[in-house]
Every structure is written in C-alpha cells, then in structure tokens.
Design a protein around this ligand. Structure first.
Ligand SMILES: [Zn+2]
Length: 183
C-alpha cells in the first residue's frame, strides 16, 4: 500500500468516534482520530531504519514493526497494564490504535508480504503478486489493478469526512433551536 494508510486510519477512527466507541473521557474526538491515524502510519516509520542503518539489506516488512502478533502483544500488555493501574479510560484508545496497526498490516498484505504467522512461521502472506514490468517500482504498483483499492479507500475517507461535516452542521443548526424551545 503506497498512499492509503492515512485515509484508511482516518475513516476507521472517525467512524469509531462517531459511533461513540471512544468516550470523551478518554480523549477529545480530534485527539482520538489523531491517535488512530498515527497508529495507521506507525509501522512504516521503520523506513527510516531501512534506509539509514539497515542500508536496504532486508525487507522492511520483516522487521518487528510489521509483525501483527507483535502489535497484538503490545496492545494486550497495554490493556493489562491499564487494568492493573486502574486507568480503564485509555483502553478504548489502545484498542483503536491496535485496530489501526492491524489494518496497516492487512492493507500491506494486498500486494506485499506480511509475516502474519511469525514467530510460528516465517512464510509471507500476500493476496496479489505485482509483476515487475516497469523500470520504476512505484509505477508497477500504480499501474496494477490493486491500486484501484487505494483510490477506493481515499474516496471512502472523503465520504466519511463529508458525512462528518454534514452531521456537525446539522447539530450546529439544531442546538440554538433546542435552546430556544427551553424557554
Ligand atoms: Zn507498511
């Protein structure tokens, strides 16, 4: 996935906030969406290590930052820690981050391998192989049919954004009206 991690994270996080799954006591809607989008992008921060320290020696999808079970363990530990510290209000945020981290891994599985079974197996899972036809790697991905999924994700994110704006406008119109009827 080249471009759609952020819009996918936005759409999922915005819907979670709008459905009331993230209580305001945990975080403001804006902060919760920010945490969700950050988590949706977080695994790809390993590109810094890939390009600088590792010098492109290994697939960055083989690093622990792209191992789904690693993130399941991290989020599980964070939830257990929150319970032990009686800080239950952050649990929905941990779950939201976990969902977005796994969403990143799932979206990467479409055209690039992900080690879903690590540490039990070192076999990469991939849904569609992209043939190496063009001299530029990015062009191979952009001109492959799977890129249509990225476009769909962007459209879905814009749809969720527009729906959120419309709902907010409706609420803004309704609130003064409700205030008038109170008197
Ligand atoms: Zn990735």
């Amino acid at each position: 996935m080249l471009t759609a991690h952020a819009p996918a994270g936005y759409a999922v996080s915005k819907l979670a906030v709008s459905m009331g799954w993230i209580p305001k006591s945990a975080a403001s809607p804006r902060t919760a969406i920010g945490i969700g989008v950050f988590a949706a992008l977080l695994p790809d921060l390993d590109m810094i290590y890939f390009l600088t320290i590792d010098q492109r020696q290994h697939l960055h999808h083989g690093y622990w930052t792209h191992i789904p079970l690693f993130w399941v363990a991290v989020c599980g530990a964070a939830i257990i820690g929150s319970c032990l510290l009686r800080c239950h209000r952050i649990i929905p945020l941990v779950v939201l981050a976990g969902v977005n981290l796994l969403l990143h891994c799932f979206l990467d599985t479409i055209v690039a391998g992900i080690l879903w079974h690590k540490p039990f197996s070192h076999r990469y899972t991939v849904f569609a192989e992209v043939p190496n036809v063009y001299p530029y790697t990015a062009l191979n991905f952009i001109l492959h049919w799977t890129f249509a999924l990225e476009v769909l994700i962007w459209l879905a994110a814009f749809g969720v954004f527009a729906w959120g704006r419309r709902a907010a406008r409706r609420r803004a119109i309704r609130i003064p009206h409700a205030a008038l009827t109170d008197f």
